[in-house]
Unconditional design. Sequence first.
Lengths: 95, 474
Amino acid sequence: MAIDKNTVKYVAHLARIKLNEDELDLLSSQLESIIDFIDKLKELDISGVQPTSSVLAVGNVFREDKPRASLTAEESLSNAPEKKDNFFGVPKVIE
Amino acid sequence: MYESVIGLEVHVQLNTATKLFCGCSTEFGSQPNSQACEICLGLPGCLPVLNQKAFVYALKVAMALGCRIREFTKFDRKNYFYPDLPKNYQISQYDLPLAEEGFLDIDINGRSKRVNIKRVHLEEDAGKLIHSQGSSLVDLNRTGIPLLEIVSSPDINSSQEAYEYLNSLKQIIQYLGVSSCDMEKGILRCDANISIKKKEDSKLGTKTELKNMNSFRGVRDALDFEIKRQLKLLESKESIAQETRLWDEEKQMTYPMRTKEEAQDYRYFPEPDLPPFTIDSKMQEEIRKTIPELPQQKMKRFREDWGVPAGRANILASSIELADFSEKCFNLYAKAENITNWICGPLLSEMNNRKQDINQINITPKNFVDLIIFFDQGKLSNLNTKNALAAMIDSGKEPGIIIQEKNLSQISDSVKLDEIVSQVIKDNPKSVNDYLQGKENAVMFLVGQVMRKSKSKANPKMVREILLKKLKKA
């Protein structure tokens, strides 16, 4: 499957990564070979095989609805580059 | 002839003590970011674990809506970047929601209409953003609070039907005790998809999505506005843009939401941090057993077993607490009609005046029924029954004690009544004359005077009889 530069740009945007022209070229060819490799799986006959949603052999793992202590606001905010009155500060997202 | 096609997407916050995937408290109104943990913050190396109560609550709602419950369900990641979700994905359900294919029967002017439910699934809420000058502030207390998403099929054809759908849905969820469904407080949120088409066309028109409504009435008003707006465009042969529009409550209009013109690409994939869930028949049966009688069955029984008229049965069944109160009263005193009248009139107005619901208001079914019996036996006048009711609620005392304390007993003693009536005739010669001149209304006035003089204690039926007899002699 051919991966063009626009597809790489689109995926980079979804991941919020900025790429320059050289990187776009490099990644298009790299992604293409990765996808080709994965495409090999299509050669298998998987009709009748359920999709795997988890590789763990467990299920129905629940917790009781019992509160436990949260982190303090100070702790939660300790790595925040910007904060104000116990809030995280982020660049304005709406004009 | 045009027809509107409406589908509603409702999010209901479940009233668990803790969040969906961690033990942080869900209590409202705490200091910003005081109810968040490593899971809410999306710190590396921590694992979410599902809150069993939220899961059970979700299944209860799904069952009450007649859904097909999936035997195998899982959670998925919905990926998007926005500061209200630090993980950069929301844990939701995509291709295997816990329940599908339910329905809700709504009542439209006495006729029943079925609205199909497409799916019911669990997901986590996002944080709250406050936009201030130059920056946005993030509070993660709400992040991870359990939300139940209930998606209807586009079976709704008017704003009124949408309104009734929301009311019925709210009633059922409240009966189940899993959410308050208070839309004004954001416990219930509703987005609406709406398009217009010619009735005979099978092809749907271009739809818009409406957001930002803060009440059921807001949903109705927004839909009414949008129906008119789309009709106008269609009739002038203009095209309708497929877009998200926000409702402005103040201006009573919708306007397009400003977004970058790109389709959302959420890249759903199975949440690897949560093993899947199997809902076997044993689990289903156990949950099904906890579902109480629902509003529609209750109304039906009130009509059929107790002869309560449909409109009144609706009122009595409006909340499970009021329905229980009513039924306890019926069981104590079989005159369901009298009880219904006293509940729907005086009791509800006392509740409104005091802004209390039936749980908060200070009266037991036994005391309430005893009061009605006093009235039915002619021992209390209508007005004094109401007065006694108010005094009972104020004090929590039994009606017999209130009647004694306040001296409210109805006077049915003809000698005593005779005395008062004679006095009133003497004091109101003009009205007596009016009556004798043929003005029938004058009797009403004179009865009123007797009632006043007796402090509403006179038996009005007897007063009228005595009065008429005396006037005939005059």
